[in-house]
Design a protein around this ligand. Sequence first.
Ligand SMILES: Cc1cc2nc3c(=O)[nH]c(=O)nc-3n(C[C@H](O)[C@H](O)[C@H](O)COP(=O)(O)O)c2cc1C
Length: 346
Amino acid sequence: MKRIKIGSLEINSYVYIPPMAGVTDLAFRKMVRMFDKETLIATEMVSSKALMFNPNQSLMKLSPDEHPVGIQLFGHEPEVMAKAAVLAEEQGADFLDINMGCPAPKITKGKDGAALMREPELAVEIIKAVINAVKIPVTVKMRLGWDECQKNSPDLAKRLEDIGVCAFTIHGRTREQGYTGNADWEAISVVKKSTSVPIFGNGDVRTPQDAKKLIEITECDGVAIARATMGSPWLSMQINQFLNTGSFSPEPSLSEKLDIALAHLDELIKIKGEYVGIREGRRHLINYTKGMPNSAQIRAQIGQINTREEAYNLLSRLKEELTNLVKRINLVKNTEMSEFDLISTN
Ligand SMILES: Cc1cc2nc3c(=O)[nH]c(=O)nc-3n(C[C@H](O)[C@H](O)[C@H](O)COP(=O)(O)O)c2cc1C
């Protein structure tokens, strides 16, 4: 296993699960850690400004057994970002990630997120202030640039590396593209060539094979995988296995996936209470059941659940339907194949 050095932090993983607002909370990170103790992972983005009013934001709460973990901050005021960085360091974060990639208008209109790519002088000022304020490594997550005419990520990354940024995640799209089209992995390779610190290539990696291809094309040190981990917290483990050995363990059976989905929901309820846990858990249950045979109707009903009991009943019903389906297939095929394995979706 290649060790990646992010300043003073050394990791045994090719994978970074980057921040996803509304997804990479404590419960989600706990599910990832069930499969993979080494993957680099980060919190949802945290507003530096909001931290000035409420320094005890639950978004920054870390668990002692989830390291290596980073906290992502967004904002555009150097002093505020520096103060927020100190608060994040006090929470026990192993690294600080600065958001220079969020394309959402409500973020960029305040010069936050991807808007900082259009303000390189301000970006430098912010990063200097943050680096001076903390001892932990500082990383930056950015896009290729603001739009097609302003793809300045290679120059900006070089400037930020020169003042002490320890690693970058580069999402192969511009702010203008949002999530449309395909991530441009060739363009990520230009950023890799312009810097000497670790780069995590990001965008459209869905499988271990995709991860290998991205690394081959970009020569990046690792991959950052966001959306594909939703409902698949075992994916980073499979990717690390594949990059290390050329093969990877099969994903959990459909039955196991439903158990994992319920465990995730229970974790959310434990942390946030049943009311919030169920509402936030709906999207995760939908993600876990995507692609399962006969699940469309159940998924429509997941949107309506209000209690843990309703969730449990729905998933149990799906489990039973899948079991019956397998039995019918087995009857037809007269095979000895194990329950669920037969229709396991990859
Ligand atoms: C629901 C969602 C929330 C996200 N929130 C953040 C965020 O808080 N900070 C950030 O830097 N990127 C955020 N992203 C962007 C992802 O980290 C990642 O860069 C992007 O999804 C592309 O990677 P992928 O193709 O592997 O999904 C978010 C993406 C999604 C889908």
